[in-house]
Design a protein. Structure first.
Length: 560
């Protein structure tokens, strides 16, 4: 797949020339209607918008921002920005006005594309007065000039506009789980190598002759989706990308796409499982799956109900996934594999596969990736898709790399002789209890999250006599807690879970209690990042005044 000197735009121009009529993007537009865009149409619209952007006279490499949910025009706009000689800055579509303002100011954005959004009236105040804006076709009603009007009147930019390998393709602003977002600079060399490597990996699993289908719904502003869905499909040329219309239509969108490749994050894999259990109790499903012949039919029916019956390979990334959850999906016939990567290496680092997979491990290094464990136990990685550096933060560059060019991930891990990597926690998340011992929360949280009643958890206890856990119960369970009998059952089950977890961990890691949160953790209230990771410091600050009361209470299970 790789070709010396070939960059991502070269692949795109090649697809438009050799397979102009192949449908690349399918966009829902409401009421069950969709619009298909062929490679020829995608590149033509991108060329026209590129010509318009160039006519604005921005300096070479100018930052052009996008605030939009996933849609066909996100990818067309990215290609246009690249063709015009500029750099993309994508903002998570769920960000607050303050974060929108921060990213636009920090990146010194010259223009903003506004697309599909659910909270535009609140976000709009984050857009500086006088910043030029262009509205995508599915954008909220605005006074901005529209994409369609510009494309209709503007002749396409000719030829094959070229970018240098070290030109900045994008600045990826992290979702800010620990504070202010950092701008991770990615070159055309980096995003191309990620796209090539992921495309090769996918092809090796599904077969060279398969025309792949994928549903793009995780935020394209995040490195995981940007590399594993957008960049890989731009390189591959034979992947048909579908988009989701809304949360309410997600299952219909999934069934329309009938993906052959499907990636998600642990929380959504858990929600899919809970949806199955809501229709069929786990014990009954388990009995049926054990029956020869019948078990295969039931498994196929479950996969079809999820819209995943055509999936050849499924992946999970962005956060650790409980091994029991992976095992459950494999029982229903879904080849679910965990991977590991980060924004700083364009999510091109590690992946499990049919030959290398084990509970609790994230797989082996992808081609071209080097990995080692430092004396302190930190995972260090050198990836062909590595970042250029942090935008306007050279001091972070110096801290983040070893003298021989390995990136310090901040993750703790263990490396087996066969190359299998296991994550054991985050260096920055380690905390000391009053016993003077460090506790790594991630492994304990993984044990808690494996329980079907628990959707999310957070383990803390800095300076306390022992660690404690806060849990968010499964979504289908929360409305039933008003029933006293249900509440008693939940309390008893959580007490059993606490005892079980404490038997599996070292004495100094044992939990004093499990606290059930009243307020659900969500992106909207700031307790989850846009990629649904727990914002640890935000939650700890919110409960700080209650912690002493919980310890004084003495109960194994408490209700916040």
């Amino acid at each position: 797949m790789a070709s010396p000197g070939k960059l991502i735009l070269d692949y795109v121009f090649e697809h438009a020339e050799t397979t102009p009529g192949r449908v690349y993007l399918t966009q829902p537009i409401g009421n069950g209607q969709v619009v298909d865009y062929t490679w020829a149409q995608v590149v033509d619209q991108s060329r026209r918008m590129a010509a318009h952007l160039r006519s604005r006279g921005f300096e070479p490499g100018a930052r052009i921002a996008m605030l939009s949910k996933n849609c066909a025009h996100f990818i067309m706009a990215e290609l246009a920005i690249w063709m015009a000689g500029y750099t993309t800055v994508a903002i998570f579509p769920t960000e607050t006005a303050d974060t929108v303002r921060y990213v636009l100011d920090h990146s010194e954005a010259s223009l903003l594309f506004v697309g599909k959004l659910d909270t535009w009236p609140q976000q709009q105040r984050g857009v500086p007065q006088g910043l030029p804006c262009i509205a995508f076709p599915l954008a909220p009603k605005t006074d901005f000039e529209t994409w369609d009007a510009i494309v209709a009147r503007t002749p396409p930019i000719p030829g094959r506009p070229q970018r240098r390998p070290d030109d900045l393709a994008m600045i990826l602003y992290t979702s800010g789980s620990t504070g202010t977002p950092k701008g991770v600079m990615t070159s055309f060399e980096g995003i191309t190598r990620a796209g090539e490597g992921i495309s090769r990996d996918s092809r090796s699993r599904v077969g060279e002759d398969t025309d792949n289908r994928m549903l793009s719904y995780l935020p394209l502003a995040h490195s995981f989706e940007r590399s594993w869905v957008e960049a890989s499909s731009l390189v591959d040329g034979r992947t048909h990308l579908f988009f989701a219309e809304s949360l309410d239509t997600f299952l219909q969108d999934l069934r329309r796409a009938r993906p052959t490749l499907f990636i998600s994050v642990p929380r959504l894999w858990l929600k899919f499982q809970q949806g199955v259990f809501a229709k069929m109790p786990p014990a009954k499903l388990d009995r049926l799956l054990k029956i020869p012949i019948v078990g295969k039919l039931v498994a196929r029916k479950v996969r079809k109900g999820l819209g995943l019956d055509q999936v050849i390979v499924a992946g999970s990334g962005s956060a650790p996934i409980p091994p029991d959850l992976i095992a459950w999906y494999r029982r229903i016939g879904l080849a679910l594999y965990e991977g590991y990567g980060m924004t700083e290496d364009n999510s091109y680092s590690h992946s499990s596969n049919a030959d290398f997979n084990a509970p609790g491990y994230v797989g082996v290094a992808l081609p071209g990736v080097q990995v080692r464990i430092s004396l302190e136990g930190e995972i260090e990685i050198k990836s062909p898709a590595r970042l250029v550096g942090y935008y306007k933060q050279p001091e972070l560059d110096a801290q983040s790399f070893t003298e021989d060019g390995f990136f310090r991930t901040g993750d703790l891990g263990e490396l087996r002789e066969d190359g299998m990597l296991r994550l054991t926690g985050r260096a920055k998340e380690l905390f000391k209890t009053a016993k003077g011992k460090y506790v790594a929360p991630a492994p304990i949280e993984n044990r808690l999250n494996a329980h079907p009643m628990v959707e999310l958890s957070l383990v803390s206890g800095v300076g306390q006599p022992a660690a404690y856990a806060i849990v968010q119960l499964a979504e289908d369970l929360r409305p039933r807690l008003g029933d006293a009998a249900v509440r008693v059952q939940v309390q008893q089950e959580l007490e059993r879970l606490l005892d079980e977890v404490n038997r599996e961990v070292a004495e100094y890691e044992q939990l004093r209690m499990i606290v059930v949160t009243r307020e659900p953790w969500a992106i909207e209230n700031g307790f989850l990042t846009p990629t649904m990771k727990v914002r640890r410091t935000r939650i700890e600050a919110a409960v700080q005044e209650q912690v002493e009361r919980w310890y004084a209470g003495g109960q194994k299970v408490q209700w916040a």
